[in-house]
Design a protein around this ligand. Structure first.
Ligand code: SF4
Ligand code: SF3
Length: 518
C-alpha cells in the first residue's frame, strides 16, 4: 500500500505497511482501485450526460476514500462494482492504472495528489449539500473534469492552473452547502453549549451530517433519550431548526483523536455520520454505528432508506438498553472549561459587522486571527492552544472545524460585547469566514490581504486540502500552516506555493505572533 494523504502519515512520508489511521493494506488498495475506476467512469462520461446514479457514485466514491471514513473492504468493493456498472452504461473507457497513481515523477505525483485529495474533500461537502436537495451543475461536472484531469499528463503550470480552478469550484461547493444548511435549518445563532451529560439514556452523534442529526432528533422525540454532539457536530447547536429540540442537550467530549479515550465504556451508542472514525476499542465497539459512506468491518451500519429517510431504531434501541449514566455527569474540555460557544456563522457575525468595524477602526481590536482547521494527535498541535492563549488581549480569534477543541473551552474574555473566541462552525463554514473577510475588506476599502487578519491553519485530512486550495485561489497570502506541511507537497511544489502565496510553516506561537503583530 501507499498512502500519504493525511497529516499523520508514517514518518511524514507515507504509510506503506499499514495506515497510522488504522487503514489496512487491502483497504488502501481498494481505495486506489475505486479512485482509478472513478477516473474510468469520468472518461466514459466525457461528452455525455451521466445519470443521477453516476453523479452520486462520483461523490460517494471520492468521499469514501477520505481519511477515517471507510475501512470496510466489502463496502468499497460494492462501490467499485457500481462504478464499473455505470461506466459500462456510458461506453466503458479504460480505468486509470493503479500502478501509476503514486509513482512517476515526484512533482507530477505531488500535483496530481493535491488535486485528488482536494476533490475527495469537496466530495464530502457536495454530498452533504446533495442530501439536502442542493446540487450545482458546475460543481458536479467539475468532479468529472477533475477526475479526467487526474488521468492525463499536464505540465506543472497546467496542474497549478487546474488547482486554482478547483479552488474556485470548491468555494462554490462550500457556498452550496452553506445555502443547503441555512435554508433547511436557518442561520446559526450564537449558542452556549454545555459539556455536562444528564442521567438517563443518550446517543452521541459525531461527524458533519446535519440531516442525520435532524432525523435522529425526530426519531428520538419524546422517547426519554437525550442527544449529545461530538467533534464536528458541535456547531449544529447554533441552527434554529435543530436547537429547537429540547433533547439536543449538549456536547460530549472533544475532537476525533480523543474518541478512544472518551468513548471508553461510555453507556451510550455513538453514531458516526462522516470522518473521523478511529478503529473502535473493544470497550465500546458494540455501540458504534456508522451511516452514509462511513464504514468499519463488524460495526453496525444504518443504510439509506428509500426517499432518504434512515431508520435509526437500532441506535435508539441500543441507547435504551445501555441506559446512560445513573446520575448527572460533569465534564470539561481540554483546558477545564465546561461550556462552549458556537453559532457565529456569517449571518451572526455580519449582523454585528458595525461593532467589529468600529472596534478595528478605534484600535480596540488590533488584529483578527482565524485559528482554524482540523485537530489531530500530534503533540505539536499544542501550538494552537498556546497561540490563542498568548494572542494579545486586543485581538479576536475566529475559529472553525475540530481544531478549536484545543482552546474553545478557554475563557479569554470579550471585546466590545463580542467574545474573543468566535466559533464560526464546521470546516465547511470556512465559507462563512471568507464571506466575513470579504465584507470587512469591502468596508475598509482594501483587499483581504491588507486587512489586519491572519490565517493560522491546522490541517489533518482532505477537507483541509480543498479549503486551502480555495484560499489560495482567492489570492490569500501569508497563511500559517501546521502542525507539519503535507507530505504530498514535493519540495518543488512547496517552493512554488511559498513563492506565489507566501505560505508559511508555523514556528512557535511567540515567534509567529511577533512576526504578525509588528
Ligand atoms: Fe496513512 Fe493518513 Fe493514509 Fe491513513 S489516511 S493510511 S494515516 S496517510
Ligand atoms: Fe476534523 Fe476529522 Fe478535519 Fe471537518 S473531523 S475537520 S479532522
Amino acid at each position: 500500500m501507499f498512502c500519504f494523504q493525511c497529516e499523520q502519515t508514517a514518518g511524514g512520508k507515507g504509510c506503506v505497511k499499514s495506515g497510522i489511521c488504522g487503514k489496512k493494506p487491502d483497504v488502501a488498495e481498494k481505495h486506489d482501485e475505486l479512485t482509478c475506476a472513478l477516473i474510468g467512469l469520468a472518461r466514459s462520461a466525457e461528452g455525455k450526460a451521466p445519470s443521477k446514479e453516476a453523479d452520486e457514485l462520483v461523490m460517494k466514491g471520492l468521499f469514501a476514500t477520505v481519511t477515517n471514513v471507510n475501512f470496510d473492504a466489502k463496502r468499497i468493493d460494492e462501490l467499485i462494482k457500481l462504478v464499473e456498472e455505470e461506466k459500462e452504461k456510458l461506453g466503458g473507457a479504460e480505468n486509470f492504472a493503479v500502478k501509476d497513481l503514486w509513482t512517476q515523477d515526484a512533482d507530477i505525483v505531488s500535483l496530481r495528489s493535491t488535486l485528488l485529495f482536494g476533490m475527495r474533500g469537496m466530495a464530502a461537502y457536495a454530498w452533504h449539500a446533495y442530501v439536502l436537495g442542493k446540487k450545482d451543475k458546475e460543481v458536479t461536472s467539475w468532479f468529472y473534469k477533475g477526475l479526467r484531469a487526474l488521468g492525463r499528463q499536464h505540465t506543472a503550470d497546467e496542474w497549478l492552473e487546474l488547482l486554482m480552478e478547483f479552488g474556485n469550484i470548491n468555494l462554490k461547493c462550500m457556498g452550496l452547502l452553506d445555502k443547503a444548511n441555512t435554508s433547511t435549518y436557518g442561520h446559526p445563532v450564537p449558542t452556549k453549549v454545555t459539556m455536562d451529560v444528564e442521567k438517563g439514556p443518550f446517543i452521541i452523534i459525531t461527524g458533519h451530517d446535519l440531516l442525520d442529526l435532524k432525523q435522529l432528533l425526530e426519531q428520538t422525540k419524546d422517547k426519554g433519550i437525550n442527544i449529545y454532539t461530538h467533534g464536528e457536530m458541535l456547531p449544529a447547536h447554533g441552527y434554529p431548526e435543530l436547537k429547537k429540540y429540547p433533547h439536543l442537550k449538549g456536547n460530549f467530549g472533544t475532537a476525533w483523536q480523543n474518541q478512544q479515550k472518551e468513548f471508553d465504556n461510555v453507556p451510550a451508542p455513538i453514531l458516526f455520520t462522516t470522518n473521523c472514525l478511529m478503529p473502535p476499542k473493544a470497550s465500546y465497539a458494540d455501540r458504534v454505528f456508522t451511516t452514509s459512506v462511513v464504514g468499519y468491518p463488524g460495526m453496525k451500519h444504518i443504510a439509506e432508506g428509500i426517499d432518504g429517510v434512515k431508520d435509526f431504531s437500532p441506535v435508539i434501541q441500543k441507547a435504551l438498553e445501555l441506559g446512560g449514566y445513573d446520575e448527572d455527569k460533569h465534564f470539561t474540555g481540554i483546558n477545564g472549561g465546561s461550556e462552549l460557544m458556537t453559532g457565529f456563522a456569517r449571518n451572526a457575525v455580519l449582523g454585528v459587522a458595525d461593532k467589529l468595524i468600529d472596534a478595528v477602526k478605534s484600535g480596540a481590536i488590533k488584529h483578527i486571527f482565524l485559528v482554524g482547521g482540523c485537530d489531530g494527535a500530534r503533540p505539536g498541535r499544542n501550538y494552537y492552544t498556546e497561540f490563542v492563549k498568548k494572542a494579545p488581549k486586543d485581538t479576536v480569534i475566529l475559529t472553525l472545524a475540530c481544531g478549536k477543541y484545543r482552546f474553545n473551552d478557554l475563557d479569554i474574555g470579550e471585546i466590545g460585547g463580542l467574545p474573543r473566541i468566535i466559533d464560526m462552525g464546521q470546516c465547511n463554514d470556512a465559507y462563512s469566514a471568507i464571506q466575513v473577510a470579504s465584507a470587512l475588506a469591502k468596508a475598509f476599502g482594501c483587499g483581504v490581504n491588507d486587512l489586519p487578519l491572519t490565517l493560522v491553519l491546522s490541517w489533518y485530512e482532505q477537507k483541509a486540502v480543498c479549503i486551502l486550495l480555495t484560499l489560495l485561489a482567492l489570492g490569500i497570502r501569508n497563511i500559517y500552516l501546521g502542525p507539519t506541511l503535507p507530505a504530498f507537497l514535493s519540495s518543488n511544489v512547496l517552493d512554488v506555493l511559498v513563492e506565489k502565496f507566501d505560505l508559511k510553516p508555523i514556528s512557535t506561537p511567540e515567534e509567529d505572533l511577533k512576526a504578525i503583530i509588528k
